[in-house]
Design a protein around this ligand. Structure first.
Ligand SMILES: NC(=O)c1ccc[n+]([C@@H]2O[C@H](COP(=O)([O-])OP(=O)(O)OC[C@H]3O[C@@H](n4cnc5c(N)ncnc54)[C@H](OP(=O)(O)O)[C@@H]3O)[C@@H](O)[C@H]2O)c1
Length: 303
């Protein structure tokens, strides 16, 4: 979902970009990762690949670790061995590295404490990238993603609004709904940034989520409202109505102070982003459906 929007955004920005699907490059194959880096000789690598099935990871933690932990380490090691010096690696991570029980936004360097197998494996990936690439590794944590190219909560709500008279949505999980195109914009701004003083010291941890916060219930109601449907058709419930193998965080809001060190503005309010994104998420037979006029890549600069 994120990878496809990022490749499209980079192409629109006139960058030379080589997207690699799972079939073309398996991150768990260390030799293949090394060979891909050797053949492409990239200036920057962005890792959007991951085992993202949060519930399945509970019963398959080792396989998830193979992609999210060891795969990230293979990529970081190959970047570290770049013939002209370490290649910059932007590695995508998640709010699930935190415990998710805070009462204020998590800062970039707050203590981690994953409560799920997925979170533990993603944390292993972060740690490998920061250890192997101390001056050219970027860990970009995001959360609650929606976009045009993958299953996600917003697309599900758009479908359910058509199919059902009412939907029940939880009010006891709080986070930041985030559009993949906005994350792509932050990544592009980050790799172009030379830092506030132009010193180029921008490696480290960043939080690429929308500003503001919402529950899934708030998000569903906003989708219905934007569709012109009655938001009261979204009814409040709690997580106990939807038991899942992996516990979901109650409070998973990320702080955005890290962007200032790179001279980049954080992503704006989640409601504004949703309004811009929605036309691109509607089914093709909806007369309101269109590709949103977004200038990705400029979002981080002087917005
Ligand atoms: N979605 C969210 O709400 C969310 C929240 C927080 C963080 N993130 C992070 O953001 C990043 C992008 O998420 P997303 O939602 O765009 O993910 P996604 O749509 O699930 O895409 C993940 C991609 O990784 C590929 N992949 C899986 N195993 C691989 C392997 N061994 N080698 C190479 N590719 C492999 C998958 O291919 P196949 O499908 O063919 O296996 C898929 O194309 C990930 O790092 C994720 O952890 C996402």
């Amino acid at each position: 979902m994120l990878g496809r929007d990022l490749v499209a955004a980079l192409e629109r920005e006139g960058e030379e970009v080589l997207g690699r699907t799972h079939r073309e490059l398996d991150l768990t194959d260390e030799a293949a990762v090394r060979a891909a880096l050797h053949d492409c000789r990239p200036d920057v690598v962005v890792n959007c690949a991951a085992w993202t099935a949060v519930d399945d990871a509970e019963a398959h933690e080792n396989e998830a670790l193979g992609v999210n932990g060891h795969g990230a380490a293979h990529l970081a090691a190959a970047c570290a061995a770049g013939p002209a010096g370490p290649v910059r690696l932007v590695h995508m991570s998640t709010d699930y590295v935190f415990a998710g029980d805070a009462s204020r936004p998590y800062a970039e360097h707050d203590a981690v404490g994953p409560r799920t197998a997925y979170g533990r494996t993603k944390l292993a990936g972060e740690q490998a990238v920061l250890r192997l690439l101390p001056r050219s590794g970027y860990v970009v944590r995001t959360a609650w993603l929606y976009g045009a190219h993958g299953p996600n909560f917003v697309s599900t709500m758009i479908r359910l609004e058509r199919e059902r008279p009412a939907v029940d949505v939880v009010t006891d999980q709080r986070g930041q709904p985030t559009w993949t195109a906005d994350v792509a914009g932050q990544i592009i701004a980050l790799v172009r940034s030379r830092g506030v003083a132009g010193a180029g010291e921008t490696a480290g941890i960043y939080h690429a989520t929308s500003s503001g916060e919402a529950t899934w219930f708030d998000l569903a109601r906003e989708v219905f409202r934007l569709l012109g449907a009655d938001p009261a058709r979204v009814r409040a419930t709690t997580s106990s109505a939807f038991p899942r193998p992996a516990p979901r965080p109650g409070y998973s809001v990320l702080g955005h102070d890290g962007w200032a060190s790179a001279g980049i503005e954080p992503i704006g309010d989640w409601r504004l982003a949703l309004r811009r994104a929605l036309p691109g998420l509607l089914p093709a037979d909806d007369p309101r459906s269109c590709t949103p006029p977004v200038q990705v890549g400029l979002t981080g600069y002087g917005r």
